[in-house]
Design a protein around this ligand. Structure first.
Ligand SMILES: C[S@@+](CC[C@H](N)C(=O)[O-])C[C@H]1O[C@@H](n2cnc3c(N)ncnc32)[C@H](O)[C@@H]1O
Length: 482
């Protein structure tokens, strides 16, 4: 069977199983069939259909008809949620083993429980669900040394190295339990651990009773669209820091509405999904997992958005400048549109004030006020120069990154373009370093490439790294050109 048909058949059998065995439904509750009536063939079709969106997340959910904002579009009953609790309840060996190793975090427990379920193969009650999960992910923890260096910016390289080290440590800690459970050797290795932890990081939804969240069949088909503004109150809306898809406790007021498109509802004992706006038939329906920068999206979900309104380019300040203000460094950045953040402007205004006057104008600077015309000119000039200096010190320019991305697109099609000689040497060396470190075989004339499956994954990650650094540089460029 061709790959596409095989995929479609897998989804079809999964949706039938989800309706019949899990009670998942996209129809109004009044149409839920009683135990004795004929069950619906599929859990979808009334409000949603599974569709492919190559430029916006791949497999996703589309509107089966015109939908109104606020409409309930999917209900996933509690019994359909895959949680550590339910996996342990149904597997005494797992439960006993986890109890013997009480040091594991809730996320490690869910990761072990997921691998333990995969280990059962077709004997797992969840096998229909497991079979349709992605085979691999591009989260930062799976980046190799080449892809990490391709991020170019120190902060991003550090975040990626930290993600890899954290995943390794968590795997080592959990290994004892997995050996205890007698998992197959292929499920004991780091690659399998990366797969399971990326599944959890990119697909779990928040539930009030387990920090690790839950896997929510069908609900985890929604792709992401960024919310446009900062949430009014981080704590109230419960944006997660670990990649768990955002869930809000019930529905909040209008200002928080954009984050209320999904949540576990105790009164109906189900995860409920609502249309966050009006949708036309066949349009992709998105879910807001929360407010994320591109680096955070890459870390937790393994993708990024070319036009992410919540992206930020952090600006490192010299210690002497930092010591003048109390803003944490997370607030010192350039926005997506090239504008400096409130805290960065405020810190710079104070720094550009003669030291004997700082005390008297401190309250104005902290409240976001301009201090004087001259002060503002100095501040804007300093920030623009800082951006130019950062750009100059990075290995490649915006133009070179765009060129490399074009070349990579051709490599993905197994064609190494002839204009290779015209490449600036810095791009050429990055390209050759990639070809050398991967099994990308080429003919004499460099035109026909053999790109293995493993290299394709690595190309994807390399491309994400270049896209990330390009979006970082664009912000600095906009800022320095303002
Ligand atoms: C919760 S799943 C969504 C469904 C997923 N596309 C699937 O095939 O199962 C989250 C994953 O979908 C992909 N994704 C979601 N939104 C995306 C977007 N706007 N652009 C690119 N990839 C996206 C990422 O791989 C992410 O880790």
């Amino acid at each position: 069977m061709a790959e596409k048909e095989e995929e479609a058949a897998k989804i079809e059998s999964f949706l039938q199983w989800a309706a019949a065995n899990l009670g998942i439904s996209d129809s109004p509750p009044s149409t839920i069939p009683s135990e004795h009536s004929t069950l619906p063939r599929y859990c979808l079709g009334h409000s949603l259909i599974v569709s492919n969106f190559p430029d916006a997340g791949g497999r996703g959910l589309a509107a089966a008809r015109d939908l109104r904002k606020g409409e309930l579009i999917l209900r996933v009953p509690k019994k359909a949620l895959m949680t550590s609790e339910c996996l342990m309840r149904n597997d005494q060996t797992l439960s006993a083993s986890i109890k013997r190793h009480a040091f594991l975090s809730s996320t490690q427990i869910l990761t072990v429980a997921l691998l333990n379920e995969v280990n059962k193969g077709s004997n797992s009650w969840w096998s229909n669900y497991l079979k349709q999960l992605p085979r691999s992910y591009d989260t930062l923890a799976g980046f190799g040394p080449f892809e990490i260096q391709a991020l170019q910016v120190d902060d991003a390289i550090w975040a990626a190295e930290k993600a890899v080290a954290k995943a390794k440590l968590e795997w080592e800690e959990a290994s004892l339990v997995m050996v205890d459970l007698k998992l197959k050797p292929t499920l004991l290795n780091f690659k399998a651990w990366l797969w399971a932890s990326a599944t959890i990081s990119s697909r779990t939804m928040h539930i009030p009773w387990d920090e690790a969240g839950c896997l929510c069949p069908v609900g985890d088909f929604f792709n992401y669209a960024a919310p446009a503004e900062e949430p009014c109150d981080h704590e109230t809306v419960g944006t997660c820091t670990n990649g768990t898809l955002v869930q809000t406790e019930g529905l909040f007021d209008a200002s928080a509405q954009r984050l209320t498109d999904a949540g576990y509802e105790e009164d109906v004992a189900a995860y409920c999904f609502y249309a966050s706006r009006n949708y036309r038939e066949k349009e992709q329906i998105f879910l807001s997992y929360g407010v994320y920068t591109n680096l955070e999206l890459l870390e937790h979900y393994g993708f990024l958005l070319n036009d992410n309104p919540n992206d930020k380019a952090f600006i490192p300040l010299e210690p002497a400048m930092r010591s003048l203000c109390s803003w944490p460094k997370e607030l010192l950045y350039i926005n997506q549109d090239g504008k400096p953040s409130f805290a960065l402007l405020s810190a710079m205004r104070l720094w550009a004030t003669p030291s004997n006057k700082r005390r008297s104008v401190g309250h104005l600077a902290y409240s976001g006020k301009q201090l004087s015309f001259e002060n503002e000119i100095t501040v804007i000039g300093w920030i623009a120069k800082k951006c130019q200096d950062i750009l100059r010190n990075l290995k490649t320019s915006v133009e070179q990154d765009k060129l490399l991305l074009n070349i990579i697109d051709k490599i993905e099609d197994s064609l190494l373009p002839l204009e290779l000689e015209k490449l600036p040497s810095i791009c050429g060396s990055e390209l050759y370093a990639f070809l050398e470190s991967h099994d990308v075989a080429n003919g004499e004339d460099f035109t026909n490439l053999y790109v293995s499956q493993k290299s394709r994954r690595s190309i994807c990650r390399w491309k994400f790294a270049i896209q990330w650094r390009l979006s970082y540089k664009r912000k600095l460029l906009y800022c320095s050109a303002e």
